[in-house]
Structures are given as structure tokens and as C-alpha cells.
Design a protein around this ligand. Structure first.
Ligand SMILES: [Zn+2]
Length: 451
């Protein structure tokens, strides 16, 4: 039996088309029809299960293109520190004590937070562990995701094994909702030779387990802070007379399969290279602001029609997985620093969080808009709330006024994962109890006391 979502305002995100009193018909995992309620009810009304969206907004699920899902375990554990000190003194020492089970539990929590906030796809970079891992957590939660294994120069052998295992076990698995990626951590933690090798590895993995339709992408942090060129020079004893993007291009590792998180400290030449190589960008305004990393020249990149998507970054540098908050901050941040309120209008921001996100993950043939033939990933928002009243313009409300908690129902891959704010796939209370247990355990191993 199919599902008919009817009587809602459908924001298709296909050329910004909006259908009032519209309906979406879903069969299995796929959207089979989109149009006016009257017409679709006649066609499917009798046999389909119905979801009444009267007075509600129906949109494609949000796509978060940069996460470290398991790091929800460290939310609020260390704040108000510069990136390097935060990573080296706090985050990495704690992560050394995390077991495969901990990673799985942290990812379950992020999956729940994402789904309840209308996010249906998450691109996550973390350590792939064999028995339990982020992929298993997402698959159990019913969340769509690109799961990466983060690679560092100091553990090349382990990385190789983890990458092949991740791809073999999870790429295009869980009814096609899980894809794998190769994730070099950053140009200052991955040496130039290893970067080239990891591009080769991605190509080999694609030949063996990927395809043009279901590609294995390359997810990396690039130009997060101003001092990144100095960090690269110091780490690998090389001279660098250009921006980080130009350095990576000189290694031949940039192409359309690359999604670059942050892209804060870019030169004009770097931006040209992003455009030329068709590199995709994940903009993470909340994390960049919190870590005081700087502000990405997003308006400049959009002017060049570069694909810029939105990400939250980890729940320990954000400290949430809330894409509504990210949309609003992305919009107002660039207006503010450019002293130009016409920049980054709500329509563009919503595209960045949906269809542009899908393009950034090379997944736009299947997700990112409500179109016949695409997978059914939908979020239904109830605007009958004081903070969303009156309603002139749905897109404006979603970007500037709505909150993650306004999402009522979420469908992923044709399956209702959350209905009237109740998650069907997992027991939220149980996951939260387990997270508290993991936290206590981590603290006892670290021998510190966080109040
Ligand atoms: Zn990150």
C-alpha cells in the first residue's frame, strides 16, 4: 500500500515551485506523483494510507552535509576554546577512550536529534569501527546518511582496512539509504603523499563497489582557520606560497567527488579552483562562529555558482544538530558582515539545506526535492503556533522563524520514521539513558570531573 500526503502546501524545491492544496503520492521508497490534492485523491485516495497535511508545510527533508555524529557524546564537554587547543587537549584525548559501542550510541543520539528536527540525510565523518558504528546506528534509526572513515597520516594501515570494510559492508546498503565515503581529516593531518593515495583508494573503491549513480565521495575539512597553510608547512616541512585549495590542486586531488567542509580561509585563487574543479562546499556557520574560526566567503562563492550546502559540524562544536538554526544563522551572518540584507535570501538558504545539499553529496538524482521518481524523504511542519503566526510566506517562516521542534512528521525512503513527533524506529528514553552511561564511563577513564 502506498502513502498519500495530501492537502498541504508542498515546497517541491524544484525550481522553487510551490503547490498549494497539494499532495505527494508514495509507493514503496519512491515518489510516484505530485500535484493538486483533488486530482491525486481521485487517483490514489481509495487504496493509499493517508496523511492529512491540511494547514501544514510539506518539504524535502533537510540535508546536513557536515557532521561527526558520534561526537554528541562530547556535547558541552569542552567549550570556549580555540580549535587546536580544543582538539588536542580535550577532544582527541577523550575520543581515544571511545569504544565501538560508544560511537554507535552517540550516533543513535544524533540520528534521533536529526530526525526530530526534519533532517533526513546526514554526511558524517568519524572513526569506522567494526562491530558497532555510525552506519549501524543510522540504519537502525532509519536515517539516510553518508558514512565516512576519517583518515590520518599516523594510522595508514588501519585506515585502509577500515575503508575497505566500511565500503564492503555499508555502501549502498540498508535499502540504499547508507553510502560510504573516504574522509581524509584535513590537509594538516594528512601528508601530501597520503592525500594522493586516498584519492586513488577512493577511485579503486568506486571501481569495485561504487558506480556513477551511487558514488563513493571524498569528504575533508579544508581551510577551516587562517593559519592552516602554516600548520601544513610545519607538519610536513614543505613551503607553501598559496592558499590551501591551490596546494591541494597542485597535488591533483580535487575533483567533483570532493566535499570540502568549512572553506573559511580562502584566497581568490582558491575560489577559482573550487569552481574549476567542481568541488562542493559545506558551510558550517554555527561551528565556525563558536570556534571563532572566521567567516566563509559564501556570498562570493554563490556568485560563481559554486555548490554551497549547509552543515552543523559536530554536536560538540555547534552544540546541536539543528539545521533550522543553521539556516537562520547562515542567512543573517552573511547579510550582517556584508552589510547587505539582500544577500542570501530565504529561498536560497532553503535550497542550500535541501537540493544543493543533495548535489554536494552527488545524491541529487534521488533526494533533495519533491519530484516524481525521487526517493520519498519528506518533513511535514505544523505552522499553527504563535511564533509562526500569521503566515504570509512559508519559506520565510522556515528560515527565519521555525524551530526544529515544529517538525511534526518525517518520512525517509518512503517509510514514516516520525509521526506527530513520535519516533517509530527507536526508544528515545533508552538511548538517552545509554548516552549518560557512556558519559560516566568516559569521565572515569579520563579521570576528570566536568561539572
Ligand atoms: Zn568537522
Amino acid at each position: 500500500m502506498g502513502i498519500l500526503v495530501h492537502s498541504g502546501t508542498i515546497l517541491t524545491m524544484h525550481n522553487r515551485k510551490i503547490i498549494r492544496d497539494g499532495a505527494v503520492a508514495i509507493e514503496g521508497r519512491t515518489i510516484v506523483d505530485v500535484g493538486k490534492t483533488r486530482k491525486l485523491k481521485r487517483k490514489y485516495g481509495r487504496s493509499y494510507e493517508k496523511i492529512d497535511a491540511k494547514g501544514k508545510i510539506v518539504m524535502p527533508g533537510l540535508i546536513n552535509t557536515h557532521q561527526h555524529a558520534a561526537m554528541s557524546l562530547l556535547r558541552g564537554y569542552a567549550d570556549d576554546l580555540p580549535l587546536q587547543e580544543w582538539l588536542e587537549k580535550w577532544i582527541w584525548p577523550a575520543e581515544r577512550h571511545m569504544s565501538a559501542h560508544d560511537i554507535y550510541v552517540g550516533s543513535l543520539l544524533t540520528a534521533i536529534e536529526s530526525i526530530t528536527g526534519g533532517t533526513t540525510t546526514v554526511n558524517t565523518m568519524y572513526h569506522y569501527t567494526f562491530e558497532e558504528n555510525e552506519a549501524k546506528a543510522f540504519a537502525e534509526a532509519g536515517l539516510r546518511g553518508v558514512i565516512g572513515h576519517v583518515c590520518f597520516s599516523w594510522r595508514k594501515k588501519e585506515d585502509k582496512e577500515a575503508l575497505w570494510n566500511l565500503v564492503k559492508n555499508w555502501h549502498n546498503k540498508a535499502n540504499g539509504t547508507i553510502r560510504a565515503s573516504v574522509d581524509p581529516h584535513a590537509p594538516y593531518t594528512v601528508d601530501p603523499e597520503y592525500l594522493k593515495e586516498l584519492k586513488e583508494t577512493r577511485n579503486e573503491l568506486n571501481e569495485k563497489h561504487g558506480s556513477k549513480e551511487v558514488p563513493i565521495i571524498w569528504h575533508i575539512h579544508i581551510a577551516e582557520t587562517d593559519d592552516e597553510p602554516q600548520k601544513i608547512q610545519k607538519a610536513f616541512k614543505i613551503k607553501l606560497k598559496c592558499g590551501v585549495m591551490a596546494y591541494l590542486d597542485s597535488l591533483g586531488v580535487l575533483d567533483e567527488h570532493v566535499i570540502a567542509a568549512h572553506c573559511v580561509a580562502l584566497t581568490d585563487e582558491d575560489i577559482e579552483i573550487i569552481k574549476k574543479r567542481n568541488v562542493k562546499v559545506s558551510h558550517n556557520p554555527v561551528s565556525n562562529l563558536k570556534l571563532a574560526s572566521g567567516i566563509s566567503p559564501v556570498a562570493q562563492m554563490l556568485k560563481k555558482s559554486i555548490v554551497v550546502s549547509l552543515g552543523t559540524d559536530s554536536p560538540s562544536s555547534n552544540n546541536s544538530a539543528d539545521m533550522f538554526e543553521t539556516m537562520k544563522i547562515a542567512a543573517i551572518l552573511h547579510k550582517g558582515i556584508n552589510k547587505n540584507p539582500t544577500l542570501m535570501p530565504a529561498e536560497k538558504i532553503l535550497e542550500m539545506a535541501t537540493i544543493e545539499g543533495a548535489k554536494a553529496l552527488l545524491w541529487d538524482k534521488e533526494i533533495g526535492s519533491i519530484d516524481v521518481g525521487k526517493k520519498a524523504d519528506l518533513a511535514i511542519i505544523n505552522p499553527k503556533k504563535p511564533h509562526l503566526c500569521p503566515l504570509y510566506n512559508e519559506v520565510s517562516h522556515l528560515v527565519y522563524a521555525a524551530k526544529a521542534t515544529d517538525v511534526e512528521t518525517v518520512i525517509i525512503n518512503g517509510k514514516t520514521i516520525m509521526e506527530n513527533r513520535k519516533i517509530m524506529s527507536l526508544n528515545i528514553e533508552k538511548v538517552m539513558r545509554e548516552v549518560e552511561k557512556v558519559k560516566s564511563n568516559l569521565l572515569s577513564k579520563l579521570d576528570i570531573n566536568v561539572k
